[in-house]
Design a protein around this ligand. Structure first.
Ligand SMILES: Cc1ncc(COP(=O)(O)O)c(C=O)c1O
Length: 490
């Protein structure tokens, strides 16, 4: 008898628990977004379609500002461009008093074109191209130094300009709550950050005026900010004590969790996601406790991204096909089609003698949507809730939700709770406002249109659907490939 190979037991740490007995709970119908019917949106703008709620965006930033400004004297939010750099969205945050936080020359240009002056731009990132770095210096941007090479490049620019240059220093810290983001900035625990600050003090015209720490993203444990802030304050105090000058600001980056749900997350977001008040208490309470008494509190910068924009974003999509998926552990989908061997020349054999394949073993509903993971990049980490957009004809049951790409990995939800759906039925995926648009790629399909709904139910197109020319515009065809294809004999 063949023995099964031994698989050693393993323990996987899932911070919010794993099995969720409520996972098949009823998902409410969402037939409208901010008072506008999904069917009308599809009629006007097609499917798939990203939809943003202006009210939700404004409510979020106001709520976050209120939470921090009510407990701390000087707070400045900066809109993290990479989270969503559609101009309409950036401008809304600028209107609401957020300056810009950018991580590349491209984003810097975007912020400038959205009316941000250089001194209202925080320039982060591990690589700032030389031209953009110089421009940022000339325009007085708040540059956060990520590494020694960048520090040396800035020191050279300051020397050439024969002028002191104020900078911030980015650090990474171990909060004990998640893996250290050691790719960015200098280590504080092993003394590297302080050594670099001292070196700048002794050898350059760079004046360190800020300490920056973006400890991670989607931090469900507000205590991570207590630890990070303690370490930031400690470094600021050591820097001042070393004679490097006054630290005028602390920047705690972003990282607040949105109401998305991680794969494997046990608690629903309403219970798992800390409030802005708890993040504010973690950060501001710690600064106030730890900052040397009698010294003016430093200005606090925050660059929160996903928590500001995720819930405001919806993706309307439509079912294009309905399938049954075999859940038999041993049965591959082809084996489920009977005994006929499948070879490239014998595809029909897989279906037996012309008969419709019979279901084998346990079957599960599956649907194919007209949107793929190329526009829902975050579904690799988070499970968007999928709402039917019309009244269901049946009870909800576990359903696999595939995207429309010709790629096996294009699975949006392995198991969503959905009623029986048919081709043409619309659904709404939520929340999807953070990172999906900036990380989406043109792959196989055109990227869809994006609209914003204003508080009076006005629908504004903020990015039109792509067309062929958007994709192939930058391409060139060498002369010898321009000859008429039609004269070729195939
Ligand atoms: C430097 C910096 N600031 C802010 C953010 C925004 O983070 P989040 O969307 O987690 O709030 C990021 C994102 O990774 C970042 O790298």
């Amino acid at each position: 008898m063949n023995k099964e190979p031994y698989t050693p037991p393993s323990i996987r740490r899932v911070s919010q628990g794993s099995a969720n007995p409520q996972r098949l709970g009823r998902v409410p119908v969402m037939d409208s977004i901010d008072g506008v019917f999904v069917s009308d949106l599809i009629r006007q703008h097609g499917s798939p379609l990203f939809v943003f709620s202006e009210s939700n965006l404004r409510d979020k930033i106001r709520e976050a500002r209120e939470a921090f400004e009510s407990v701390y004297p000087e707070v400045q939010f900066a809109w993290s461009y990479k989270t969503n750099y559609l101009n309409a969205i950036c401008r809304l945050f600028h209107q609401e008093g957020s300056i810009a936080e950018v991580v590349s020359g491209f984003e810097y240009e975007k912020a400038r074109s959205n009316g941000m002056p250089g001194d209202k731009i925080i320039f982060n990132g591990p690589w700032k191209d030389p031209k953009s770095l110089r421009r940022a210096v000339e325009e007085g941007a708040m540059i956060q130094i990520d590494n020694r090479d960048e520090m040396l490049a800035l020191a050279r620019i300051a020397d050439e300009r024969k002028a002191d240059l104020q900078v911030g220093v980015r650090i990474h810290v171990d909060t004990g709550t998640h893996a250290v983001w050691s790719k960015f900035g200098f280590s504080v625990e092993d003394g590297e950050a302080l050594r670099v600050i001292r070196w700048m003090r002794d050898h350059t015209r760079l004046k360190v005026r800020g300490i920056h720490c973006h400890a991670g993203t989607f931090l469900l444990d507000a205590n991570a900010y207590v630890i990070a802030t303690e370490k930031v304050v400690e470094l600021a105090v050591s820097s001042e004590e070393s004679g490097a000058g006054v630290i005028e600001y602390l920047n705690l980056g972003g990282g607040f969790a949105s109401h998305a749900r991680l794969h494997g997350q046990y608690l629903p977001p309403e219970q798992a996601t800390p409030s802005f008040d708890s993040y504010a208490e973690a950060i501001c309470g710690t600064i106030k406790r730890r900052w040397p008494s009698g010294h003016k509190l430093p200005k606090l910068f925050l660059e929160t991204g996903r928590a500001m924009v995720d819930e405001a974003g919806y993706l309307i999509s439509s079912v294009v096909a309905v399938k049954q998926r075999s859940m038999d552990p041993g049965a591959s989908s082809l084996a489920a089609y009977g005994k006929g061997a499948v070879t490239p020349g014998n595809v029909l054999g897989a279906y037996g003698k012309g008969a419709v394949p019979a279901a084998v073993g346990t079957q599960r509903n599956a649907v194919v949507l007209d949107a793929g993971i190329n526009i829902l990049y975050t579904s690799a980490w988070y499970q968007p809730t999928i709402h039917p957009a019309s009244t269901p004809a049946s009870a909800a049951q576990p359903t696999t939700v595939y995207g429309c790409l010709c790629m096996n990995i294009d699975v949006i939800r392995e198991e969503a709770s959905l009623p029986d759906l048919k081709a043409g039925d619309p659904v709404v995926l939520h929340p999807v406002g953070a990172y999906n648009l900036t990380q989406s790629m043109q792959f196989i399909t055109y990227r869809p249109a994006v609209v914003m709904i204003d508080p009076d139910c006005g629908v504004h197109l903020i990015r039109r659907r792509e067309v062929l020319e958007d994709v192939q515009g930058p391409e060139e065809i060498p002369d010898h490939l321009m000859e008429k294809i039609l004269s070729t004999k195939f």
